[in-house]
Design a protein around this ligand. Sequence first.
Ligand code: MN
Length: 503
Amino acid sequence: MKPYGKSKLWFVIGSQHLYGPEVLKEVENHSNIIAKYLNESEEIPMTVQYKSVVKSSKEISDICLAANADDDCIGLILWMHTFSPAKMWIQGLNYLNKPFVHLHTQFNKELPWSEIDMDFMNLNQAAHGCREFGFMGARLRKERKVVVGHWQDPEVISQLSSWIRAAAAWADWQQLKIARIGDNMRDVAVTEGDKVGAQMKLGFSCNGYGIRDIVEVIETIKDQEIKDLIDVYYNSYQVAKDIKENNTKETSLKEAARIEIALRRFLQEGDFGAFTDTFENLHGFHQLPGIAVQRLMADGYGFGAEGDWKTSAMVRALKVMAKGLKGGTSFMEDYTYHLETGNEKVLGAHMLEVCPSIAGSKPSLEVHPLSIGGKNDPARLIFTAPSGAGLCSSIIDLGNRFRFVTNIIDVTQPDEPLPNLPVACAVWKPKPNLKKAASAWITAGGSHHTCFSQAVTREMIEDFSMISGVESVIIDDDLDPYRFKQELRWNDIYYHLSNGLSS
Ligand code: MN
């Protein structure tokens, strides 16, 4: 079974009647062979379903409308094996409300130089058929990825796979419900935003719930349920000795388990895929949810602290993109710096809520005081992320549009052990270096809250930007600070004009 289960990509091939049934039959055979190859590729994370060779404006419009109506279809792979006059595509592409990727490939890898004749030339026409189709994509201002190369080329498979993951996250956003439990941390700006605008443009909905809604569930949790979950904790983590020896800490752990069961039930019953909380709105909670949020994130829920619903949506999207891949994905915050010249690093963490999917080794379950919020000592999982490539991605609301700000990073290890740090963390060196990266990040307005991932790639973020229509700026080794500022200015004009009155 592919990681995305019953979701499918429709493989649709453009042609026309002019070629006659024999050639069209051959086109169909080739298309089936390619679909089979893609399905057998372990790297392609979703079922590719050959649909048909479309030969007229009517057939094209019908298949686009059918794709719109099929909940399991998350997008289309379009390929012009032969020539497909592109006026035939105008109505269909205007109807289509699912993303598509343009696969620019050819069935034959190599030209049969000594045998090539006009039959071969007429059958293998993607070289100009796809250009005709590309013109219409450009003429209609359709954002799409163009993947070029032989269909067995590993680079083609990898580029398709990246796009499929981004398209899966987009499909998820179209039905995602976010529960905003409590409101925003008072006076904080970057976690606010236009929820109506987000639903219009990005699909997901975010609605508010009172703390009492969760407290009512907390009050129904039975002792046996708590006992069973504590057993899971003991089997899954390194549980700190003092929890067993200290009655107050043991009570805290039981309370944490009670909160986890209640939160999970609330989210499941409301069919939510993401949520937020805030330490300023905890009336009726005995402690800030720590391990509860951590374990819910590990199960795929999006999360943002302090009411940060946009980051919650982003964590959810990146978790969907990362499905089945090695490396974890978590809510994160740039917390504090190591500013030693030439060895500058970020220590990322949060008060409690870092996802154990990014743990380098078995997490330690501990209970410690929290110096903020005035509640009882919460239980939390403590660990450090493993070294390797990664990224931090942020989403901000600029008033007339959303912007993704992404920094490519090298995750590294703390210079020394951190015996007094009571929270999970990740240590990284931003690319190209902390000074330039932080300067660009701050110039672009990137949030202190991010989604940290060691599974999602830059290409997936770019594909997600293309599919969602959200502006995306990337800070990596190629950063030129002057050009970066220019890009921000130019983007301001582009999005202002392209959004028109609809923003
Ligand atoms: Mn925070």
